[in-house]
Design a protein around this ligand. Structure first.
Ligand code: AMP
Ligand code: ZN
Length: 138
């Protein structure tokens, strides 16, 4: 399904032009308009899924295979030194466009860190509690 008021549906399906690095029946890979690094791109499914919670298993699997193909080509072509995959779900997690997308971010040795956090601490009891809270949902 496509969503009428979704900009990434329109871009993925070619109704709005984009700089496209790759396209097939199910996906379009475009350059991000506000890049975190040189070559920052987005994998967009042509069908509308708001986020990872909604995406079909089969599509999710294909996204990772495509990410691998793109990472290899982009690393080689752009002479990158490393690569980050980023995928935000929900406003709290930083999602701003509510059509599933995977960020492909080439990294270069001479650039500052893009993704970082301050490691916290955790007790064994808290780790056990977290494990049981998740496991009961699987
Ligand atoms: P997120 O914060 O994970 O939802 O990421 C949305 C990304 O989409 C951001 O990196 C934006 O720079 C990018 N973006 C928003 N609109 C466009 C557009 N029309 N074409 C390309 N990239 C876009
Ligand atoms: Zn959409």
């Amino acid at each position: 399904m496509k969503k009428d008021d979704c900009i990434f549906c329109k871009i993925a399906n070619g109704e709005i032009p984009s700089t496209t690095l790759y396209e097939d029946e199910e996906f379009r890979v475009i350059l991000d308009l506000g890049p975190a690094s040189r070559g920052h791109a987005l994998i967009l499914p042509k069908e509308h899924y708001a986020n990872l919670y909604e995406i079909e298993d089969d599509t999710a699997a294909k996204v990772m295979v495509l990410a691998k193909k793109m990472a290899k080509a982009m690393t080689k072509g752009l002479k990158a030194d490393g690569f980050n995959l980023v995928q935000n779900n929900g406003e709290t997690a930083g999602q701003t466009v509510f059509h599933f997308h995977l960020h492909l971010i080439p990294r270069y040795a001479d650039e500052k860190k893009i993704i970082e956090w301050t490691p916290g601490t955790i007790s064994k009891e808290e780790m056990e509690k977290i494990a049981s809270q998740v496991k009961e949902q699987l």
